[in-house]
Design a protein around this ligand. Structure first.
Ligand code: NAD
Length: 335
């Protein structure tokens, strides 16, 4: 099948080309993101392959359908950037890669937590500068802390496994409790209890209308003073101005982000010679108790290999009219 691959980086190409040896699709790699402006590139393609910041709103989907595209193959787990109603209306099939490596994202979540707590980012800079003073680097034992996990799907449950190993108490909020949770010692509680009782709160729910700005001023006000908040899910789960206010008042003690609500204009590009125009983001990076990574939680070789293999298997299954295990529809998200 002829596939237009958008937002291509060299690593995407490497892993997709390797996996494609078993599938033989015609992959054409485009560096730009899929947007209203680049949608014309899809002419003549039956399938497109897209990533987290490609824009698949109703207008773009209309153009894809007009150009003859039949399949949208997401090479990621989240699908919040796709207007599923528009895809259904135009008869486009959407597939994704669920759970390509929950370990990758869970481990990065814990990396952010450990970095913030033990101030590794600051210690590294100090030691390189010949400064071996410990003032300002005081951390806390993670053992014995209460960790609140919002969303206990594949990634959330993996975070729970790791934090259990640290000797933490585990609370969770999820409208669809995970059957594995009991065995790990997770207690499901209402969201307000989780917010009030957790020392560390970590977000692993998808971005939906229900989770948009789940962490806003009201939610932050319910948290323990000095709480640690980690978001490796999707940026818009968190209202940025509210967390900035929370950091300034001390209500939020530590903030670790791998995702940011306006990341599409920033992440995955080298902007080191440019002036960042996003003032909220620029304010966030000034806090000593904030660590931000640019949507790299998924970025392990294991995950990239799984993503490439599943993406191409999804495309092959569609081409051969086989059942689509990873199809995303409005009604049902097949996990
Ligand atoms: P998953 O579908 O296995 O789990 C999501 C869980 O969230 C489910 O248990 C679901 O019931 C729960 N949920 C849904 N609505 C909720 C709500 N309102 N409140 C609380 N929980 C809710 O997904 P996953 O594989 O664990 O991935 C979770 C998210 O992580 C993805 O949606 C994606 O946005 C993000 N992600 C980020 C990266 C990264 O590199 N940073 C990589 C992969 C996935």
């Amino acid at each position: 099948m002829k596939v237009a691959v958008f937002s291509t980086k060299s690593y995407d190409r490497t892993f997709l080309e390797a996996a494609n040896r078993e599938h033989g699709h015609e992959l054409v790699f485009f560096e730009p993101r899929l947007t209203r402006e680049t949608a014309a590139l899809v002419q003549g393609f039956t399938a497109i392959c897209v990533f987290v910041n490609d824009q698949l709103g109703a207008e773009v989907i209309g153009r894809l359908a007009q150009a003859g595209v039949q399949l949208i193959a997401l090479r990621c787990a989240g699908f919040n950037n796709v207007d599923l109603a528009a895809a259904q209306q135009h008869g486009l099939t959407v597939v994704r890669v669920p759970g390509y490596s929950p370990h990758a994202v869970a481990e990065h979540t814990v990396a952010l937590l450990l970095t913030l707590n033990r101030k590794i980012h600051r210690a590294h800079a100090r030691v390189r500068d010949g400064n071996f003073a410990l003032d300002g680097l005081l951390g806390f034992d993670i053992h014995g802390q209460t960790v609140g996990i919002i969303g206990t799907g594949k990634i959330g449950i993996e975070v729970a496994h790791i934090m259990r190993g640290f000797g933490c108490h585990l609370l969770a909020y999820d409208p669809f409790p995970n059957p594995e949770a009991d065995a790990i010692g997770i207690s499901y509680v209402p969201l307000s209890n989780l917010l009030a009782q957790s020392d560390i709160i970590t977000l692993h729910a998808p971005l939906t209308p229900q989770t948009h700005h789940l962490i806003n001023a009201q939610a932050i006000a319910q948290m323990k003073h000095g709480v640690t908040l980690i978001n490796t899910s999707r940026g818009a789960l968190v209202e940025t101005q509210a967390v900035i206010d929370g950091l300034k008042s001390g209500q939020i003690g530590y903030l670790g982000l791998d995702v940011y609500e306006e990341e599409a204009d920033l992440f995955f590009e080298d902007l080191s010679n440019k002036v960042i125009q996003d003032d909220l983001f620029s304010r966030l990076v000034t806090f000593p108790n904030v660590v931000i990574t640019g949507h790299q939680a998924f970025f392990t070789s294991n995950a990239l290999q799984n993503i490439a293999e599943t993406t191409l298997a999804n495309i092959t299954a569609f081409e051969q009219n086989q059942p689509l295990a990873n199809r995303v529809t409005l009604e049902k998200v097949t996990r």
